[in-house]
Design a protein around this ligand. Structure first.
Ligand SMILES: C[S@@+](CC[C@H](N)C(=O)[O-])C[C@H]1O[C@@H](n2cnc3c(N)ncnc32)[C@H](O)[C@@H]1O
Length: 450
């Protein structure tokens, strides 16, 4: 089944429980109709279908864009099949109900006309887009006046503080996927974007530590962010040698660096000078937030009891003896999927029986999966001892049966990671049971709870 989040998981990513796409749409329907809604990077279209079915009695037209064609959808008609796989009740919508309309291309440039879409949303997509500023301008162009876009721009580590750039390669020790510079200085994104409220586009950062941007277009017109793409410093994140001392998650996506023009920089300073002190954005940096916070009661230290049984987590670390795993970092996994995952160096391969070893487990690739395209593409010739592999699937009868296999780019250091739901918590021995492993926590383990 395609790895695409449910509507609930996307809502959680975008709004962290404070609102939802349904509530946003219901609010809009009170003042205007018909409406047009677009999901960018809709994957298999699961959330798009759930949303479209929820509003099937309302005058709302739904559209989706995805860069990849196929695997598993190549046309709007495929959406109905995928929806049935997810047990969505497509039949009750009736024959006259229109499926969302799909398009397959790179959404940096949109084919929709100006002022035509009321709500645009995207989750886990923008970080792959190279020209992010041009993409945001394009989203603003197609939004209707009064329209809203909810853009998850990055994962954690996006809110680099003001200061000098670190060096020409890394630029900042924060692994942000969108960085603005002016000369040798870093320009925090929230500060820079404030100035556009006067030209009719409001930017708000609604969810942290992930970077979710709500864009509200107040009036018709074209937004120009006044940013120049830095072709030298913009690179895939995998090319950046982030180390232990760097702040938060560095993997995946594309780092886009832009130069702020002198006029843009001046406009930002003018705008900030006119803001009342309490509205002045801090630039989002941990450093500046720490110094401006009022004194509060210190929070209790995080331990294994910061989690609950049943909660899904990602654990990075190193496998020990047998099925023990020493955790260097644990964080909640809100990808909305039910799978268990193992990632590490392949220990052995037995092509004859379709088995291989990963983190001390035997992974059984059944004949049906071995005959599939996915397996063929991922594994043909590439699966051998030492390869970095990630399998997603489930433990059944003591065997790990993958539904998905990804062969990863070779890394100098093999990453070992497990994912799954916590099946038990032992506070006395500081252990969690996850995906069949006993995860040991010690003073050096980073315990992230949000
Ligand atoms: C990680 S998946 C996320 C899928 C879904 N939004 C979710 O949250 O489960 C990223 C999706 O974005 C699409 N994508 C990536 N870059 C894109 C681009 N430049 N234009 C359109 N789609 C893109 C990919 O094809 C893929 O389906």
């Amino acid at each position: 089944m395609a790895k695409t989040r449910s509507l609930e998981a996307i809502n959680k990513k975008l709004f962290k429980g404070a609102s939802s796409l349904q509530a946003t749409l219901e609010g809009m329907l009170e003042t205007r109709r018909p409406l047009a809604v677009l999901e960018i990077g809709c994957g298999a279209g699961r959330a798009l279908m759930e949303l479209a079915l929820a509003f099937r009695h309302e005058p709302v037209r739904f559209y989706g864009i995805n860069r990849e064609l196929g695997n598993p959808i190549s046309s709007s008609a495929d959406l109905a099949r995928v929806a049935r796989e997810y047990d969505l009740d497509v039949e009750s919508a009736g024959a006259e109900w229109q499926l969302p309309e799909l398009f397959f291309y790179d959404a940096t440039t949109l084919h929709f006309s100006a002022n035509s879409i009321d709500l645009i949303y995207l989750s886990s997509v923008a970080r792959f887009i190279e020209h992010k500023a041009e993409f945001i301008e394009e989203v603003c162009r197609v939004l209707t006046p009064g329209g809203v876009a909810i853009i998850q721009l990055s994962r954690s580590g996006w809110d680099y503080p003001e200061g000098e750039i670190r060096d020409d390669l890394l630029v900042t020790r924060y692994p942000s996927r969108l960085v603005l510079t002016h000369g040798r200085d870093l320009v925090p994104l929230p500060k820079y974007l404030k100035q556009f409220a006067e030209t009719g586009v409001e930017f708000e950062f609604i969810s942290t530590p992930a970077c979710v941007l709500r864009v509200t277009k107040r009036q018709a017109g074209r937004l120009s962010l006044g940013l120049e793409y830095d072709t030298v410093r913009s690179v895939p994140m995998t090319q950046l040698p982030y180390g232990q001392e760097d702040v938060r998650e560095a993997r995946g996506g594309f780092r886009s660096v832009y130069r702020v023009s002198d006029e843009g920089y001046k406009a930002m300073l003018d705008r900030l000078a006119r803001l009342p002190a309490r509205d002045s954005p801090t630039g989002g940096s941990e450093e500046s937030q720490e110094t401006s916070l009022p004194l509060t009661t210190p929070k209790p230290p995080r331990t294994v009891t910061s989690y609950r049984v049943g909660q899904r987590v990602k654990v990075k670390g190193k496998r020990g003896e047998g099925r023990s795993f020493r955790a260097s970092k644990i964080r909640p996994n809100d990808d909305g999927l039910e799978w268990e995952e193992l990632e590490g160096g392949v220990e052995w391969v037995d092509a004859a029986t379709g088995t291989f070893g990963l983190l001390g487990c035997t992974v059984y690739v059944d004949a049906e999966y071995r005959a599939s395209d996915t397996w063929d593409r991922a594994a043909r010739g590439a699966l051998r001892r030492g390869t970095l592999a990630k399998v997603s699937g489930s433990f059944r009868d003591g065997r790990f049966a993958p539904e998905r296999l990804v062969i990863k780019e070779p890394h100098a250091v093999i990453v070992e990671e497990i994912q799954g739901a916590i099946s038990s918590i032992d506070a006395a021995s500081a252990c969690l049971e996850v995906a069949g492993f006993t995860v040991r926590v010690d003073a050096r383990t980073r315990i992230v709870t949000e």
